[in-house]
Write a protein that binds this ligand. Sequence first.
Ligand code: PLP
Length: 422
Amino acid sequence: MTSTAQYIDLAKADPEAPISRGLFEQVMTPNYAPMDMLPSHGKGSRLWDTNGKEYLDFAGGIAVSAMGHVHPKLVSALVEQANKFWHVSNVLTNQPALELAWKLCAATFAERVFLANSGAEVNEAALKLARRYAVNRFSEDKYEILAFDNAFHGRTLFTVSVGGQPDYSNGFGPKPGGISHCPFNDSDAVRGWFDQHQDRACAVILEPCQGEGGVTPASEEFVQTVRECCDRFQALMIFDEIQTGVGRSGALYTYQKLGVTPDILTTAKALGCGFPVSAMLTTEEIGSHLVVGTHGSTFGGNPMACAVACEVLNLINTPELLGNVEARSQQLVQGLEKINATHDVFREIRGIGLLLGCELHEKYAGKARDILRICTESGLLVLVAGASVLRLAPPLNISEEDIEEGLGLLKMAVARMIEEAV
Ligand code: PLP
């Protein structure tokens, strides 16, 4: 029988070598606008591009590369597992997945863990679990979810609708219902929402420090109010620690500093330090409602991802590393304050540990991207969180010298932005 399948020889169809940044616009969907440079390789807190230019990395792939680039112990963990087996699906479990779940339970409030690949995926799981738990335990009508203005929880239709930036969720047809938003850090608004929804309240989801929304820490009083209201109305408190977790705040998870314990916690980003892996943590009682068939993921619990994440926890969950986060955070804040004393450019410097945001004064509103561009040109990678907040998320193991060097580059970039602005 002759085959009618179409065969395309990729060796002959290859684009011109070497592959350049210009290919992006030809072959990728245009939902990102990557910078002009193409990374070639990295080491520690440094990254080099294909032209050989060196960058100090205070962006960390958006708070992901918590141990810098190609940490030798993480490379070893990955290669060791890569030489054993890569994938078995959830028809079988595997040792790295079990070890990771065990470690997460031992180091936190958790008694049960669901493993997945990205932040959105575990937030989706958390929201679905909260709804299923409420339906099973209480009633079909207990499905109302409270989230906060400016929150970011991912890009699936459920998580983006729960997120508090309507620009990201509009224009995709009908959104899932039963979702409300209140202003962040407004305890009275939370109490008011519970008074209105009472027994229909299913869950509250919040970031202990809003990352994408502007690097805004939740106040202790606010977090405690959410906990009290959840307890009173038997609703679940979901902590999205996707950006704040795995040591970024100076504690393994930020809730451990806030004096509250959530019912469900989601973690991703730094958990794999760049290898895609995420986890939803919960209690035995709540987790028991995720019975066979209710939820799943082909790649969740992937042995390579879990082997890396186990080593990440070994490296990050130590007093030395968490102490370095506190010390480097203080150094960075002091340096930013000095820059501000000279240039009077920041309205507020805020954040937790090594997740810091510098909100620009009104007269420089909208210029965070200009600083980012100038920093990149000068060899410093930084982030923004909205149009007027410069965001810094350096590796957690960064040295005192590298922080000093980064501050020097940032100071010059701020001076140039001011020059350009006049
Ligand atoms: N939640 C928070 C707090 C985040 O910062 C992010 C990503 O920036 C997400 C969820 C979504 O994670 P992912 O992009 O891995 O789906």
